[in-house]
Design a binder for this molecule. Sequence first.
Ligand code: SF4
Length: 335
Amino acid sequence: MSEAPSKALPIRQTRSRAKPGGMDVSKVLGTQTIPYRDRKPEWFKVPAPGSPKYRELNETIKANNLNTVCQEAACPNIGECWERGTATFMILGDTCTRRCGFCHVMTGTPTWNDPLEPARVARSIALMELRHAVVTSVDRDDLPDYGSRIWAATINQIRRQSPSTKIETLTPDFRGEEMPLATVIDAGPDVFNHNVEVVPRLYQVARRGSTFERSCRVLRNAKAMAGDTLSTKSGLMVGLGETFAEVVDTMKYLREVDVQILTVGQYLRPTENHLPVVRYWHPDEFDELAEIGMNELGFDHVAAGPLVRSSYHADEHIEQDQPGVGPMAIAAPAG
Ligand code: SF4
């Protein structure tokens, strides 16, 4: 008797992000990309993480069962930031419902269900005595409110447990809907950050499922809802073949929707399965962008450099009430 054919088990395969939707990215990025294993320019050299402070922070994060974008995104600044006592907390789980071509965060169907996460994030921020905390999340297009109630609960918990900490929220676009955005804004963050990430022409390869116009609308609505009580912020990556003029035009669009703070950094390819780097921008070019942003376009603050990420030294991007330097300054003696 022949055996009935067994039902094949579903195999979960991570589709390559270097070819989003199976497209030929060379049509947008060109064919002159930098091979994955090529040596990076010397300005990317950073000390290896592992200091006592780094280990202490690692323990706190593990003990509280938290996620950080520093780890999930394989951020090159982790040694410096964690030594400085800063980390960017990632709420709503570790699995994102979108799959941007540059991003290292896991993608798939989230199983997260942790209503106590806001309290644990807030407790860690209070224990770390942060004067400025950055919170981000994965995209949760699977939830009816896109995760906005957990966002608001996290802000409220931080206010309760660490009242003098400035709160920066680096949020998804909530699909451009106003109610989830209003839920977050109503909780009263100090900085509302939403990264447009790349120039509009590159959305088709780098941010499929998102649109530049929608992200700009989110930023404009956030400012309109909160007025002067809130600073708005966005971030751009370069290195995917955009021109200098395209970056400056994108900065102009961001000013048109009232963005006050801007970060610009170099895209680094996290794995061979991500979009290739087309070009490493020179530090002088970042300086020039910062100069244009501050002196010609009127941003309140521009941080631009090869290793700048939106949360890198974020405490320095706005005026702080607490004295001292660095995110731990809340604990530093006045004067
Ligand atoms: S730049 Fe941001 S994501 Fe990177 S290590 Fe620093 S705090 Fe974490």
